[in-house]
Design a protein around this ligand. Structure first.
Ligand code: ADP
Length: 263
């Protein structure tokens, strides 16, 4: 784990809904503060960082204070439109304090299917990063209906890693990593620290319910690993709310699950 973090120059960090949200359903500013400190530190170590952030819908609910139980797709999309602004406003204010400018990139599944669009995305990413600006990516929920969605940000982050040629994808979740069974209902569940083959892992563990705020659960994290490992990108699942988690993974003082890509 330590060497993978140390040797990775291009890192994508995906922030899950449960990580960006406080217990009361509002955006967790303390988390973003600590994330900004970690990103700054990684940049100072000569690494390049791209964020993929969930949380627009939850931020929408806490901003407008209603519609949380509406299942109507238009309301869901309206909540994302409201919350995306709140989310980026929080990122902007906090990262600016660390002298980091941010940029928003909203993507859809179609963007990854078109060669012209992927080229544009890649060029924009490289320009922003060359100029020291931090790209923050999310799915463009307002223009996507369920059938044409990427659907979860674990896979969006994996596609981004593939497109950018990232060395490492870090999925920050509400859990330390992947266990042999769901730890919330099994006290004796064991953390799996290293995975060589995500297909083998899938056969050997049991996957339980996802958390209440979460979207993809463990299945999409394994799907993301299958995508990126194929392209030589490693993937780590770790607990986002643990202070300095990425830096701690780098010096061996925290644990997570590493899907090691062959180099
Ligand atoms: P995120 O919002 O960060 O993407 P999710 O809530 O979708 O995360 O998925 C993480 C949750 O999946 C964990 O909190 C845990 O309750 C649940 N889970 C189910 N099975 C497992 C397992 N085998 N190992 C780890 N977590 C599991």
């Amino acid at each position: 784990m330590e060497n993978t973090i140390k040797n990775s120059k291009k890192i994508i960090i995906k922030i899950g809904s449960s990580t960006i949200t406080s217990d009361d359903g509002t955006i967790d500013k303390g988390f973003i503060e600590n994330l900004a400190y970690q990103v700054k530190t990684l940049i100072e170590q000569g690494k390049r960082v791209v964020l993929v952030s969930s949380g627009a819908r939850i931020a929408g609910v806490s901003t407008i204070g209603k519609w949380s139980r509406k299942e109507d797709i238009n309301y869901k999309q309206a909540l994302c439109a409201i919350g995306q602004v709140e989310l980026m406003d929080s990122y902007r204010r906090i990262f600016n304090k660390h002298d980091i400018h941010i940029a928003q990139i909203l993507l859809t599944k179609e963007d990854f299917e078109s060669e012209a669009r992927t080229l544009n995305i890649r060029n924009t990413l490289f320009t922003l990063l060359d100029e020291g600006v931090l790209p923050i990516i999310n799915e463009n929920d307002t223009v996507c209906v369920e059938e044409i969605k990427i659907g979860d940000n674990d896979v969006l982050a994996a596609r981004t890693a593939e497109l950018w040629g990232g060395d490492l994808l870090v999925l920050l979740s509400d859990i330390e990593g992947i266990y042999d069974k769901n730890p919330s209902s099994n006290g004796d569940a064991k953390l799996i620290e290293k995975v060589i083959d995500p297909y083998e892992l899938e056969k050997n563990i049991s996957i339980g319910e996802k958390s209440s705020f979460g979207t993809g659960g463990i299945a999409t994290k394994i799907k993301a690993a299958k995508i990126v490992n194929k392209y030589g990108t490693s993937l780590v699942v770790a607990k986002g709310k643990e202070k300095d988690i990425i830096l701690k993974l780098g010096d061996g003082t925290a644990k997570g699950t590493l899907f090691q890509a062959e180099s």
